[in-house]
Write a protein that binds this ligand. Structure first.
Ligand SMILES: Nc1ncnc2c1ncn2[C@@H]1O[C@H](COP(=O)(O)OP(=O)(O)OP(=O)(O)O)[C@@H](O)[C@H]1O
Ligand SMILES: [Mg+2]
Length: 628
């Protein structure tokens, strides 16, 4: 556990150095400098008092003043230096802190973009959110306040300690023993709270996750009148957080008073011993190292004892937030360490044109695509993208324990409209998840225009596929922005044309601001069917070579659906389309219909063939199910 903490800390420091290779060392130097400068005055104190002592005895005030004034001037300049370096490092630290946080957030977000879909299946989204809010905040606290303070305090402690030894070895020894006691307490208490701080961060994540889930599912909660239960569940998680936070902070908060008291005891002991030495002025003790105590040493020494204990106390206060910050940092690093989606593909997708019967690459959008296939000997071949998708003996499960697709073999020839039908949970969406490689297959092979899809770069593969997912997702922005999401360089006219093709134009033009209507919260101000039409328009504008429509028109009335179908047919003429639909009228005109049952293909053929066969499709289509 401890070595992990050290490692995390080391990594954080290294990361920060990589962000600010020049500024960070300068800042650290300024912090050190400022700490050193602020502990020097003790030395002068001793001199000043010594001068006063000496001259009081002689009654020579004029000479004393002449000696003291330059010292005071030096002292003042030290304070000014300290002030300036203090202001400087605080400014630089603010830049470093905010910059580090910004880049950390950036790193987290970038990492999140390349994580596999699996990661989001397995992790609570609100919990992931709390990396950006809560964990980042603990990091801020630690970098901007705790660490500088600790550096200052430790430096002060060390310099003060050196001066103490210089003044009086024995009194310094008393202080050392006291310090050992203090560090022992810090270690015991601080170490005990570390694990609770980590759990506290995790618990905060849970609370945020739950709140988010309930917000998203707010309507369901109301429909089932589950408000009370939600509150009870929340209380439970909130209690968990409370317990961990209480334990963590209880330990840490006890630390302050304990250390304060040790510091006070130390002060008293030093005062007592020093006072005795001074009062009795025991000269024969000098053989064991005691020198007769002088008031010029005694006064600053007491001062330093206070300074010493106070700074140790400071460290202990900051340890609290360092431990918390480390817990947050550990979580942030755990996200940054998540294994990204593997992509060993090297075949890319390019715009192509035909010259003298040969395919060549083109910089412009030609409407013709080709797979660019680099070979180990440096040569490059181009294969025209036709949209031929074949699966051979594919086995797949989301988890190793449960196979969802069994020994699946299928083909879609270029230009074919292939439909998947079957009961809920049969594996229709899963098949499409494999084609666009949201998940990788356990066994078997998938070929796309004769190329193993593992060899195709994922971005190229996905660019070649226009997918309308079963769950519609729209983003904050105007209707136009949402359509343009499909292809960022599409003009307004192209977006409107896509909307017309997908049958969305009709309702969009009736919206208060037409294409400029703002959508928020996943298009909460639209109907489900309208959202679906927009997601179809979004794909249509991308004009992809192959299209996958997963229940894309399930919430759209049959008349509008017919309009969508006509538009899509025009758009996809000569291209491969995969359609998934429960409403069988949607798939009727497909070239091939594949019937899935529990992850296996049980029938394949055109509508007429399957009807004639009087198998499962026939039963689904005629509703003969219930009769059996
Ligand atoms: N992300 C996932 N993690 C684990 N199992 C999953 C996941 N998604 C789906 N499954 C499982 O895989 C099986 C097939 O699911 P799939 O989504 O492919 O069904 P479907 O045929 O599309 O159903 P529907 O018609 O309801 O959309 C189901 O048994 C489901 O429990
Ligand atoms: Mg599905």
């Amino acid at each position: 556990m401890k070595s992990k903490k050290t490692k995390t800390f080391g990594r954080l420091v290294k990361t920060m150095f990589s962000f600010y290779p020049k500024m960070l060392p300068i800042t650290l130097f300024l912090i050190l400098f400022s700490a050193l400068v602020s502990s020097i005055p003790s030395l002068f104190m001793q001199r000043v008092i010594a001068v006063i002592e000496e001259h009081t005895a002689l009654g020579n005030w004029g000479e004393a003043a002449a000696k003291i004034l330059p010292m005071v001037a030096i002292l003042a300049s030290f304070y000014v230096l300290s002030l300036v370096s203090n202001a400087l490092y605080n400014q630089m630290m603010a830049i470093i802190t905010q910059g580090t946080l910004k880049r950390m957030r950036e790193k987290m977000f970038n990492r999140m973009q390349i994580l596999p879909v699996k990661y989001f299946d397995a992790n609570n989204h609100g919990d992931i959110m709390s990396y950006y809010t809560n964990d980042i905040d603990t990091l801020r606290q630690m970098i901007s306040q705790s660490i500088p303070q600790i550096i200052i305090s430790l430096t002060t402690v060390i310099t003060v300690f050196c001066i103490m030894i210089y003044f009086s070895l024995w009194l310094a020894i008393i202080v050392v023993v006291g310090t050992f006691l203090m560090t022992f307490v810090i270690k015991k208490v601080g170490g005990g709270s570390a694990k609770h701080f980590f759990r506290q961060q995790t618990a905060i994540g849970k609370v945020e996750g739950f709140a988010e889930e309930m917000m998203n599912g707010q309507k369901v909660v109301k429909v089932f009148c589950h408000e009370k239960e939600s509150c009870a569940d929340f209380d439970r998680i909130n209690d968990e957080l409370f317990c961990e936070a209480e334990r963590a902070n209880k330990y840490a908060n006890t630390l302050g008073p304990i250390l304060n008291n040790i510091g006070n005891v130390l002060y008293v002991v030093v005062a007592f011993v020093g006072g005795m030495l001074f009062a009795f002025n025991v000269p024969n003790l000098s053989i064991v190292g005691f020198s007769a105590m002088q008031i010029s040493v005694f006064v600053p020494f007491l001062n330093m004892t206070k300074q010493f204990a106070g700074n140790i106390n400071q460290v202990s206060h900051q340890i609290n937030s360092v431990v918390m910050g480390m817990a947050g940092t550990e979580r942030i690093f755990s996200l940054l360490d998540e294994e990204p989606e593997q992509d060993n593909g090297y075949v890319t997708l390019v715009n192509a044109k035909e010259e003298n019967g040969e395919l060549t690459e083109s910089d412009e959008r030609t409407g013709m695509w080709a797979w660019k296939h680099p070979h180990s000997d440096g040569s490059v071949t181009y294969t025209r993208l036709a949209g031929d998708v074949r699966m051979f003996d594919v086995d797949f499960g989301y988890t190793p324990e449960k196979t969802v697709l069994h020994n699946l073999s299928l083909y879609a020839k270029p230009g074919q409209k292939v439909a998947f039908v079957g009961a809920t949970g049969a594996g229709k969406t899963t098949v499409t998840n494999l084609i666009n490689r949201f998940y990788d297959i356990a066994d078997g092979k998938i070929r796309y225009d004769g190329i193993n899809i593992n060899k195709i770069k994922k971005s190229a593969l996905r660019r070649s596929l226009g997918v309308v997912l079963q769950d519609t997702n729209l983003f904050t922005g105007t209707v136009m922005d949402n359509i343009r999401y499909g292809r960022l360089d599409a003009s307004d006219e192209e977006c409107i044309r896509a909307a017309e093709l997908s049958g969305a134009d009709d309702f969009i033009s009736r919206l208060p601001d037409g294409y400029s209507t703002m959508l928020t919260e996943n298009g909460a101000n639209l109907s489900q069917g309208q959202r679906q039409l927009l997601s179809i328009a979004r794909v249509a504008v991308a004009d992809p070579p192959v299209m996958i429509l997963d229940e894309a028109t399930s919430s759209i009335d049959t008349r509008t659906e017919a309009i969508v179908a006509r538009g899509m047919d025009a758009l996809m003429k000569g291209r491969t389309v995969f359609v998934i639909a429960h409403r069988l009228s949607t798939v009727r005109n497909s070239d091939v219909i594949i019937v899935l049952e529990k992850g296996r293909i049980i029938e394949r053929g055109s509508h007429e063939e399957l009807i004639e066969k009087q198998g499962q499709y026939y039963r689904l289509y005629t509703g003969a199910f219930e009769l059996e």
